[in-house]
Ligand binder design. Sequence first.
Ligand SMILES: [Zn+2]
Ligand SMILES: [Zn+2]
Length: 184
Amino acid sequence: MKCITHSDIDAVATCVRCSAGICQECTNGTFYKIDNKPLCKRCNYEVGLENNSIFKSALRGKQIKMIIFLITFVVGLILFIYTKNTGHSTFSSVFYMLLCWGVGFIGNFFDKKTDNRSVKVQVKDAYEEIKHPFATLIGKILGFFIVALTSPIQILACLIGIIRVKKQISENENVLNRFIAENT
Ligand SMILES: [Zn+2]
Ligand SMILES: [Zn+2]
């Protein structure tokens, strides 16, 4: 088999992505690897572009999540101050604030994470919910307020996530640009 890029040179490996033959020079020149195996020139370029769009869509999701969390966080604080000043008890003011903070968790919908519980556990949990509907409801309401309390931590975690993805994007763009510069 000959190299897909250098048709006069014998291949020493195959591209892990498209199975084309690649020569020693192409093997050494691979910028991206899948399972630590080299890619051909075209696949290097395509993987770079793919990474770019994957990271960018992850960034968009995290930014939307961050905005939703921030809005509900601020509105919750305003609600707390407003209800406190209009004669509500501290307890009910905190209640309104947490209600608002809890709503912020719809932001998680935009930052897609796969449910990594096993199918068996998911089925078991769903079954438990049907068996104890009242306890489940109380648990869910309690859970809502406990989770709502973590809203400031979520915002911080989201910020760290955004910084991380931005770094991934710029590292990937550097690699891709270097690859393009060396191969054109
Ligand atoms: Zn390939
Ligand atoms: Zn080659």
